[in-house]
Write a protein that binds this ligand. Structure first.
Ligand SMILES: Cc1ncc(COP(=O)(O)O)c(C=O)c1O
Length: 329
């Protein structure tokens, strides 16, 4: 299968916000979007998006993972950017219709169909730096994606970044393009200087997350991860893993922790990144002030594998969906 995010289904779902209302959504052939060069998004970055997956089971039907929670997060992103907020039922129907149409394009599990709702401000007004876009387009792209789980057998190396932040405190939990642009410079520097795969942002001695994934510490009996606040993205994978961990008897510690606690913890705790694309990706080493520090024995740990499997089994229909996370199509 081609590289994640580079292959697309031949239709999108799309709807416009005009005259103060969402118009009628449609499923249309995938094609370039005609856009005015003065569109608000190009100049003032009025944009947010979501990312989640649909899996095709043996019964030929698809299951979308945490559809309604992702839609709720998109509504929060749109609200924080003063953009027209997508109606939840409208967006859910757009996604379901698109998945139904492209069901034959969904590869077999653990491969899946990645869904990418995207909202952009289209008001043609370069004078609107300090006013919201009153016109918008919402579209859903669908992309067949391969299995990250087995290809990620190797562990990641993270640079512990103590000075620079991933984004601003105000927009940390908003899924907006500018956050990724902001994290890019530090991430490329870390790659070039230390051969690090990602940056673990820890501004003000607060261990937060990487450019596109949450960060968790896992031992045989507990999980530690930062408690929800506005500085980082509230990942659905993080939330799902915490709930499954609690079901399996782990103690879940959502709390602030410092860099020195992190360095102490990785002697006994596995470290992982969590996100829709990669599920759980084990971390093998940290680079701290130029020195490389191994996480446990540097290999993927048993607790990571156990929790990863618990999540994957629900997504692929091998375990019951006890939390009601799946939407059948
Ligand atoms: C900044 C950031 N943090 C965390 C995550 C993980 O979130 P989720 O588990 O909902 O995919 C993502 C990916 O969407 C992300 O972009």
């Amino acid at each position: 299968m081609s590289q994640f995010g580079t292959e697309f289904c031949d239709h999108i779902a799309i709807v416009r916000f005009e005259d103060n209302a969402w118009q009628t959504p449609a499923v249309e052939p995938l094609a370039p979007l005609p856009m005015h060069p003065a569109a608000h998004v190009f100049h003032y970055a009025s944009t947010c998006f979501e990312g989640f997956k649909a899996y095709r089971w043996d019964d030929g039907k698809a299951r979308i993972f945490r559809l309604h929670d992702h839609i709720a997060r998109m509504q929060r992103s749109a609200t924080s950017l003063c953009m027209p907020v997508p109606d939840a039922d409208m967006l859910a129907s757009m996604v379901v219709e698109l998945v139904a149409r492209q069901i034959d394009d969904i590869p077999t599990p653990p491969s899946s169909l990645y869904l990418r709702p995207t909202l952009i401000g289209t008001l043609p007004n370069i004078g609107a730096a300090a006013s919201p876009s009153t016109e918008a387009t919402l579209f859903v792209l669908a992309s067949p994606v391969g299995n990250y789980f087995s290809s990620k057998a190797a562990t990641l190396k993270l640079l512990v970044e103590e000075q620079r932040a991933r984004t601003t405190e105000q927009l940390g939990s908003t899924k907006t393009g500018g956050n990724y642009a902001a994290a890019l410079g530090p991430t490329l520097d870390a790659r070039e200087k230390y051969g690090a795969d990602q940056v673990l942002f820890c501004p003000n001695d607060d261990v937060q997350e990487t450019g596109a994934a949450n960060f968790l510490l896992i031992s045989d009996d507990e999980i530690i991860t930062k408690a929800l606040d506005s500085t980082f993205l509230h990942g659905m994978t993080r939330d799902s893993i915490l709930k499954l961990a609690a079901d399996l008897g782990y103690t879940v510690n959502e709390r602030k922790f410092t860099v020195s606690e992190l360095l102490e913890s990785v002697k006994t705790h596995e470290a992982v990144l969590s996100g829709t694309a990669a599920c759980l990706s084990p971390v093998g080493a940290l680079v701290y002030r130029g020195e490389e520090i191994m996480v446990c024995d540097g290999k993927p740990g048993p607790n990571t594998q156990k929790l990863s499997k618990a999540l994957q089994d629900i997504q692929c229909g091998l375990a019951p969906d006890t939390h009601g996370w799946l939407t059948e199509v």
